[in-house]
Write a protein that binds this ligand. Structure first.
Ligand code: DAH
Length: 340
């Protein structure tokens, strides 16, 4: 019996089990009910008790060896087959093709651009790291304006003349420095303020600036343009209201409110029961600003406005927390599948 065991061990070692058929043959030859190893176990029953002690161990080793070889060969076949098979198997379920979507802030930005482009506005941009002149001085900010304080604005430590722009109004100056009127442009971009982060404020957010400078541009143009914008953006029955306000770079200045989309002007917690929500600041470009860029305010006039993209997006979709926009939570972002 010893020789038999040894012979079968050699057969196992020599067996080329590299195809599916060969592996099956291997199983039938050695391990199946009619195979040589179960036959040995049958023979084993008849040997003497003394011999059993020695042979039992050897026989079990032989069986283990065959089983291990079978397992290894099957595993090898599986791995080489999966690739080949899935390429061919047309009955397998389709791997879904995941479609992404624009960030809601970008959807709003593109919509705003689209509306103003139809009115003849082009799109400009400018730097986010800006100098004092373009962010403040040229825009007629007095030297002691609170926005110039460290606690409101991020200044660059190495060069106190440089800062992270607090609004997109810097692009008005950059544009008028290199282009003589007529200028009709909108300027979307990111701005920075030293604010504690909450549901309503963040240390960075996005604005769209608008500027129209030409001969005979008047306040009626400002009003009509923003009224048109409000109707396009929020629906044809939207109303606007202009509230007197103050900005150093416009005179006169006005805050633009729209009738509350949620309660249609009746009063709710979104509009704090006033029926109106603020969407933009605006005004006629201050003569000092025009002078600062070498434009004669006797010849040219203009209007400007600035609106927050977050604010408009929150109104559009009923979002109540500003932080959601920058947390990269895919469960939030996936809800904005509609591409405008
Ligand atoms: N720059 C202002 C801000 O950050 C917004 C603004 C108001 C822009 C009036 C304008 C404007 O162009 O005319 O809050």
């Amino acid at each position: 019996m010893r020789e038999k065991i040894e012979r079968i061990r050699q057969e196992i070692d020599a067996f080329a089990n590299d195809t599916r058929e060969a592996v099956e043959r291997f199983r039938l030859t050695f391990l199946a009910r009619s195979g040589s190893i179960p036959a040995l176990f049958e023979e084993f029953k008849a040997v003497s008790a003394d011999e059993k002690k020695v042979l039992g161990k050897v026989l079990n080793e032989l069986k283990n060896l065959a089983e291990t070889r079978l397992r290894e060969a099957t595993a090898r076949l599986e791995t080489s087959a999966t690739g080949a098979q899935s390429a061919l198997d047309l009955t397998l379920p389709v791997i879904p093709n995941e479609v992404g979507n624009l960030h809601p802030l970008n959807q709003t930005r593109y919509r705003i651009i689209e509306i103003f482009e139809r009115l003849g506005f082009n799109v400009s941009d400018g730097p986010e790291v800006e100098d004092d002149w373009h962010n403040f001085s040229a825009l007629n900010f007095p030297p002691n304006h609170p926005a110039r304080e460290m606690q409101d604005t991020f200044f660059v430590e190495r060069n106190p003349d440089m800062l992270l722009r607090t609004h997109t109004s810097n692009v008005q100056i950059r544009l008028l420095e290199k282009q003589k009127p007529p200028v009709r442009s909108i300027m979307p971009g990111r701005v920075y303020r030293n604010e504690a982060i909450s549901a309503r404020a963040h240390c960075f957010f996005h604005q769209v600036e608008g500027l129209y400078v030409d001969r005979n541009v008047g306040f009626a143009d400002l009003k009509q343009t923003l009224y048109h914008f409000a109707k396009e953006m929020f629906g044809a029955d939207t109303k606007i209201r202009l509230r007197p306000s103050f900005f150093p770079f416009t005179e006169p200045s006005a805050e633009i409110d729209i009738s509350c989309l949620i309660c249609k002007g009746k009063g709710c917690n979104v509009c704090k029961y006033s029926g109106w929500v603020e969407i933009a600041g605006s005004g006629m470009v201050h003569p000092n600003v025009l002078r600062n860029v070498g434009v004669d305010p006797e010849e040219f006039t203009g209007f400007a406005f600035g609106m927050g993209i977050e604010r408009i997006t929150m109104l559009r979709y009923g979002i109540n927390d500003l932080r959601l926009f920058s947390e990269n939570d895919i469960r939030f972002l996936r809800q904005f599948q509609t591409v405008i």
